[in-house]
Design a protein around this ligand. Structure first.
Ligand SMILES: Cc1cc2nc3c(=O)[nH]c(=O)nc-3n(C[C@H](O)[C@H](O)[C@H](O)COP(=O)(O)OP(=O)(O)OC[C@H]3O[C@@H](n4cnc5c(N)ncnc54)[C@H](O)[C@@H]3O)c2cc1C
Length: 476
């Protein structure tokens, strides 16, 4: 018996996380693989495509599918199997990173790779092959996935690992939901001996210096992340702050049973004990303009380069990893236009030049990013990889009615610089790439392999998203 029908009451408004795109889609939230298979049948019978969506935390159109079907996997959120001896966990795709760390931390395990927010799902994390502040050391999340089950649109379930269907394993991870639905993901977690990290903060005066300091420290650091003040120009261009974090070795924490408690990881509920977390973004809104953001960036640099310089503190894992979650809905400060993130990945030797030029160009066109985040990366074995042996720079631009066209011009010029340096882009953040640019950095060979796998797992090309149509209409 069929449970689902394609009726108008299924239509919902679906926004991109960056709030600069909106759409209507028929949304289904199944709780079993059988119901998912039913959705694929409905799509085929009605000439519709199916887009996959986890938490919808991709900045652009990667988990949108306008006027078609969206398979929202957030209700597939059961932990299937957990072994606290080995740290191996099997989960359904809608389990979030938050659910994962809260479930395992008291047994002394932590997700090996996390994004800057804990609200993403494991299915979405695998679909984009997310990286963390430890990418130079731990690689992307795919490096820690030992096996998954993939439901293809033909209704078949394929088990993939490094030894079983290895080609599909390396293509579906990072395959932006084009080859099938992850229905079960098995992940090896990281053993930890304390709920705290040792965190050191220090200031850097330029891109040259931040690259040098990352270089000196990467052998000994577990995590490294840089923040760049994008308002600084001239001799101050590229100035920023770095945070290095390290796990505590066994025996270093006198009270691991306490520091590993979820309660002692959580972010505070109020700011300075006064403002409830839920309304904190309203405090940011008056600063959400060039002058306000210039002042905030300056104050942050000033604090970090003076009293905060070379400070070493103990910080809970969740507090260090999910800094962006401190202020829930901080993105609302970018209303009404929303924000665009431009994250580019540039080879080591070109990074200083390309990133400096990105800031110069932003100033020249009068559209300055409010936030700039700098990370170290290394290549990985996944077919649609976004990583390079080099650095990434993630820039958050406000979108307004006035700057919209200028922003498109700016991102196109910056993309050219990235491609000419042998760099890459990342679908999780993208909303600006053109089809030509995406094909250029992915290369003919990778695209041909991916297209062949797509024809095998999804012969009717049912799996599509607004992003796949924007960038790969001709192939996928
Ligand atoms: C504030 C913030 C901070 C972030 N920080 C980082 C960071 O540090 N590092 C990083 O790498 N990314 C980061 N991201 C991006 C984010 O981690 C990715 O976009 C991630 O994919 C979002 O997960 P999701 O569950 O919301 O997936 P969605 O955005 O809903 O989907 C992502 C992709 O996965 C596909 N997909 C979803 N579920 C499945 C499934 N079950 N099977 C197959 N495919 C599926 C979708 O079709 C889509 O292509 C950040 C995003 C935000 C908003």
């Amino acid at each position: 018996m069929s449970h689902y029908c394609l009726t108008p009451d299924r239509l919902e408004r679906v926004d991109s996380w960056g709030m600069n795109r909106t759409s209507l889609a028929y949304v289904f939230r199944p709780t079993t693989a059988e119901l998912m298979a039913e959705v694929f049948k409905i799509a085929k019978n009605n000439g519709k495509s199916v887009g996959l969506r986890g938490a919808g935390y991709s900045y652009g159109d990667a988990s949108m599918n306008s006027e078609n079907i969206l398979l929202d996997l957030s209700r597939m959120n059961r932990i299937i199997d957990w072994n606290p001896e080995t740290g191996l966990i099997s989960v359904e795709p809608g389990v979030t990173i938050r659910q994962l760390w809260q479930y395992c931390i008291e047994d002394g395990w932590w997700p090996p790779v996390v994004s800057g927010t804990m609200f993403v799902t494991l299915g979405g994390a695998a679909g984009m092959n997310i990286h963390g502040k430890n990418n130079f050391k731990a690689g992307p999340i795919g490096n820690h996935i030992t096996e998954f089950e993939l439901l293809t649109p033909t209704g078949e379930t394929v088990v993939c690992s490094r030894s079983k269907n290895s080609e599909l394993f390396h293509a579906a991870i990072g395959g932006f939901g084009m080859l099938g639905v992850f229905t079960r993901i098995t992940l090896q977690l990281k053993k930890i001996y304390s709920g705290q990290l040792s965190v050191e903060a220090f200031a850097t005066k330029s891109f040259g210096e931040i690259i040098e300091r990352f270089n000196e420290r990467e052998a000994d650091a577990d995590y490294l992340v840089g923040w760049i003040d994008c308002f600084a120009t001239g001799s101050e261009l590229g100035r920023g702050l770095v945070h290095q974090a390290n796990y505590l070795p066994a025996g270093a924490d006198p009270n691991p049973a306490q520091t590993l408690r979820v309660k002692n990881q959580e972010l505070p509920d109020t700011l300075m004990g006064i403002f409830p977390k839920s309304s904190m973004w309203r405090l940011l809104q008056p600063f959400s303009n060039n002058l306000g953001m210039k002042a905030i960036n300056y104050a942050k640099y000033l604090q970090g380069s003076t009293i905060g310089n070379n400070e070493v503190v103990k910080q809970a894992h969740a507090q260090f990893a999910f800094l962006l979650d401190y202020v829930p809905n901080w993105k609302y400060a970018y209303k009404p236009g929303g924000l665009v993130q431009f994250q580019s990945f540039v080879p080591y030797d070109c990074a200083e030049k390309v990133f400096s030029e990105q800031i110069r160009l932003s100033h020249k066109l009068g559209i300055v990013p409010y936030l700039g985040v700098f990370k170290r990366h290394r290549p990985d074995a996944f077919l649609m990889t976004h990583a390079v042996d080099g650095f990434s720079f993630a820039l958050d631009y406000p979108v307004t009615q006035q700057n919209k066209d200028g922003l498109t011009t700016l991102t196109q010029i910056m993309t050219r610089l990235v491609l000419d340096s042998g760099g890459r882009h990342y679908f999780a953040k993208d909303s600006q790439l053109t089809a030509e640019a995406a094909s250029e950095y992915l290369g003919k060979e990778a695209l041909a392999k991916f297209t062949a796998l797509k024809s095998a797992t999804d012969p009717d090309h049912l799996l599509q998203t607004d992003l796949s149509k924007r960038l790969f209409n001709a192939f996928l």
